[in-house]
Design a protein. Structure first.
Length: 71
């Protein structure tokens, strides 16, 4: 729902503002994906994308996932 997304975004913004992060036992999650560049920085996100591209060049693991997009 929009309210849930608004609350999650506010919580993540608050965590990012003080240098924190929010993690989850299932990984990043789609709700947190839009915050990844702020957490990792541009170069950190590029590293994650590079690792993903090396390990899954054919995008067979979680196809279509919008977490970090294709490089």
């Amino acid at each position: 729902s929009r309210e849930y997304t608004r609350i999650v975004d506010a919580a993540l913004d608050a965590c990012n503002a003080v240098g924190g992060t929010v993690t989850h036992h299932h990984g990043v999650g789609l709700n947190r994906a839009s915050h990844m560049e702020r957490e990792l920085g541009t170069s950190g996100l590029a590293v994650v994308r590079g690792i993903r591209d090396l390990l899954d060049p054919d995008e067979i693991m979680n196809p279509g996932c919008k977490f970090v997009g294709r490089s």
